[in-house]
Design a protein around this ligand. Structure first.
Ligand code: ADP
Ligand code: MG
Length: 276
């Protein structure tokens, strides 16, 4: 990994940051197009959060997770993923059951890897899933944005409420400040699958549901064989959710089979081809 790279901004760039104090842009770096996050705030909290994101991203290597190419104390340089986010794709309308379950299977495969590496993402949502080439298939999935993540190997919890997740995709326990529970990510994948199938998330008043003062959920979308899986992932009580990403992936595979959809040749955690 290069120590102190310099990037050359592209002229057609647009600032894309959701995170305060960070400027995101596409740029040229050694002649290749990259995606760069630059820290522009100078307070110690922003610096600690930014460096945490860099450390987590640098520790990961999986074909369905965006690759960090280089980092400096104030810049994170990622491979540029052409094709837009899953959110942009959903703005054109919901996905059919084959595509929605493929995308969810790709995301779950990446999540299974993250959890095995001791990382919980904590901000899984269509804005943080990119689709390479714009294709809603499992191979196109690239999970991005470790700005909210928790890592078992980085014991310092620097995320003390300065940046909240998105209410629609946030598990109730996360809303209450619990960190590092892999089942919070499974909740978010459940909402993501719901959103892919329905074109909108399950609760109109997500904050009311998180706070426990609203119970009304939209009817489950998609065909019936997917409903037990979605219902269980969306449980308020963590113990009623799938036990692990691997378990949820197996349930999704079984539901696809019941729907007559082909099995997907997803990478196995013990057989990762990081060059894919
Ligand atoms: N590697 C990438 N290639 C291309 N676009 C990206 C890449 N990473 C992020 N983006 C775009 O930039 C947006 C913001 O990046 P993200 O990492 O999610 O930061 P934020 O903390 O601002 O949400 C994403 O929603 C996506 O549109
Ligand atoms: Mg994001």
């Amino acid at each position: 990994m290069q120590e102190y790279p310099t990037t050359q901004p592209l002229t057609d760039r647009a600032p894309l940051a959701e995170q305060p104090g960070v400027y995101s842009e596409s740029a040229l770096w050694y002649g290749r197009r990259v995606f760069v996050k630059t820290l522009v705030a100078d307070d110690p909290d922003s610096l600690a959060r930014f460096q945490h994101e860099g450390r987590v991203a640098a520790s990961l290597r999986h074909p369905l997770v965006a690759s960090l190419l280089a980092l400096t104390p104030t810049q994170l340089i990622f491979e540029f993923i052409e094709g837009g986010t899953l959110r942009e794709r959903l703005e054109c309308g919901p996905l059919g059951e084959a595509e929605a379950t493929e995308v969810a299977a790709g995301v779950l495969n990446a999540v299974e890897y993250l959890h095995s590496a001791g990382v919980t993402h904590h901000d899984l949502k269509p804005e943080n899933v990119m689709l390479l080439g714009g294709q809603p298939g499992w191979q196109s999935v690239r999970v991005i944005d470790f700005g909210m993540s928790h890592s078992r190997s980085l014991p310092l919890d620097i995320h003390s409420g300065t940046r909240m997740g998105t209410p629609h995709f946030m598990a109730p326990e996360q809303f209450l400040g619990v960190r590092g529970d892999p089942r919070s990510d499974l909740y978010s994948v459940g909402v993501l699958l719901f959103d892919c199938l329905a074109g909108h998330p399950p609760y109109e008043d997500a904050l009311g549901w998180l706070a426990g003062i609203r119970e009304r959920r939209e009817a489950l979308p998609g065909p019936e064989p997917l409903h037990p899986l979605i219902r269980s992932a969306l449980s308020r009580d963590r113990s009623e959710r799938p036990l692990s990403a691997a378990r949820m992936a197996a349930d999704l595979r079984a539901a696809r089979q019941a729907l007559g959809l082909p099995d997907l040749p997803l990478p196995r955690p013990d057989n990762l081809d990081a060059s894919a």
